[in-house]
Design a protein around this ligand. Structure first.
Ligand SMILES: [Fe+2]
Ligand SMILES: [Fe+2]
Length: 165
């Protein structure tokens, strides 16, 4: 019982780390968006004026990679340790969501690395930027919803364990 309670505490602790990493991604995303708006507003804008946007993209990609690494570690622990506590089928359902989240992150990262900003006209650049915003927004929403579902269940199981002493 004590071990199970420790496991729940550990998983919730990892959720807090994932949450703060997701906040850093959100911060980079906002920074990225602000830079894109600034470019949009420039009257002297010419193709090639995207150096700092490219740097912000790179930072966003790094933040996503850190989020991904943290999630992979966390998902491994959940998939290994939770079946005995929550049941095999439920954990399999969570594992499906894990795969989906990791797939979305991969796609976002490759979108960020493949997209060629070079030579794009301003309008095309802004369309590209809004695709990035949208895609990463989906990742963050999936991570948040998934964690909320797990926390609801872990909280309920935790209360049972506490009640059982
Ligand atoms: Fe999970
Ligand atoms: Fe989790």
């Amino acid at each position: 019982m004590v071990d199970e309670r420790k496991l729940i505490a550990r998983l919730l602790d990892q959720h807090r780390s994932v949450e703060s990493q997701a906040k850093r991604v959100l911060g980079s995303l906002a920074d990225h968006e602000a830079r894109a708006s600034l470019e949009k507003a420039r009257v002297d804008w010419t193709p090639g004026r995207f150096g700092s946007l490219q740097e912000r993209r790179e930072r966003l990609r790094e933040e996503l990679a850190t989020l991904e690494a943290g999630l992979k570690k966390h998902f491994r622990l959940e998939e290994k340790s939770l079946p005995s506590l929550l049941g095999v089928l439920l954990v399999r359902a969570f594992a499906l969501q894990h795969r989906e989240i990791l797939r979305e992150i991969e796609e976002s990262r490759s979108m960020l690395s493949e997209a060629k900003l070079e030579g794009l006209e301003r309008d095309a650049l802004l369309v590209e930027e809004s695709r990035v915003q949208q895609r990463i927004g989906v990742v963050l929403r999936l991570v948040e919803e998934h964690a909320a579902n797990e926390e609801l269940l872990l909280g309920m199981i935790g209360a049972v364990l506490a009640d059982a002493g």
